[in-house]
Unconditional design. Structure first.
Length: 303
């Protein structure tokens, strides 16, 4: 799985009060104070910076990137400028360049928390999970209560199957009661993996309450209920997921297989046929084969 950069770019560029410990959104358009560098250097860097911002506003990201790179070469100590350049580089698909920019920034200023956080995000998007974890761990050594780093590291640990460590971090986040459906959903997944199904159900329900469009939470509840043979609730949850995303083969297949397990084979065949047409997954085709064989052995045939 490659983590999407775009989703996480927004988390860095528009940091919430929750993530940044009450400091509020980051103001990317603020350069270092004028007296921090010689006047001529500031003038040259500032002119290139402004050209870059104007190009970005026009949607000319390649030009914006070139101007911001020029500004950074004139003012290599500006962490905020480096972050802006890295963000645009990532947006245009130049992730390796963005990584290089941030790595250089951290060599100049190892205490640059936002640069380290964004670097961790980019490492994760490249599936360099141990290196991403190192960045978040370094942030927590510096700022133990940084919720953005806690959440990111918890997600990395979950992906790496480091479940006890992930749980410790998620429970710290849950204690803060953040308004995040994804956080509650991920915590539910973790509790389910650890066999703590009642806590998992609670977290999935909270995720649903916060985001009624989160089909994954409905699917997870369906799987949990099916595991416990709570068939009516499972069917309702799976149907909710299908309603939210009717062309999702995995959702259709989950509902269809549950119907098969209940003995509703015709309904199961219909749903599994729809699922297999949308998702070329060997397990779906195997489930469809099993259902058809079961129908062939019985009188449950179509007229």
């Amino acid at each position: 799985m490659v983590w999407p950069v775009a989703r996480l770019l927004a988390a860095v560029g528009c940091a919430s009060t929750l993530l940044w410990g009450g400091r509020g959104p980051v103001e990317w358009r603020t350069l270092r104070p004028v007296d921090a560098v010689p006047a001529q250097q500031v003038s040259t860097a500032y002119a290139a910076y402004m050209r870059g911002l104007l190009a970005e506003q026009r949607g000319e990201l390649a030009g914006a990137r070139a101007d911001l790179a020029r500004a950074l070469s004139e003012d290599p100590g500006s962490t905020r400028l480096a972050l802006r350049l890295a963000m645009i580089s990532a947006q245009v698909g130049a992730t390796s360049s963005a990584v290089a920019t941030l790595e250089q920034t951290l060599r100049v200023d190892p205490q640059a928390v936002l640069a380290r956080l964004f670097l961790g995000i980019l490492y994760a998007s490249q599936e360099r999970f141990p290196e991403a974890a190192e960045q978040y761990e370094a942030i927590l050594h510096q700022e133990p209560e940084n919720l953005a780093a806690i959440g990111s590291l918890a997600e990395i640990y979950l992906f790496q199957e480091r479940l006890p460590e992930s749980l410790t971090l998620y429970e710290r986040l849950l204690a803060a009661d953040p308004p995040s459906a994804i956080l509650h959903f991920n915590a539910g997944l973790l509790y389910a993996k650890l066999g703590r199904l009642r806590e998992a159900e609670t977290q999935f329900r909270r995720a649903q309450a916060m985001d009624g469009e989160l089909a994954e939470a409905a699917l997870a509840l369906g799987a949990l209920y099916e595991q416990e043979h709570r068939w009516r609730e499972a069917a309702s949850a799976y149907q909710a997921a299908v309603t939210l995303d009717p062309d999702n083969g995995a959702y259709l297949g989950s509902l269809g297989w549950m119907y098969y397990r209940q003995g509703h084979w015709l309904e199961a065949e219909d749903l599994l046929e729809q699922a297999a047409a949308r998702l070329p997954d060997p397990e779906l085709h195997e489930h469809l084969r099993v259902v058809r064989e079961a129908l062939a052995r019985t009188s449950h045939r179509r007229p």
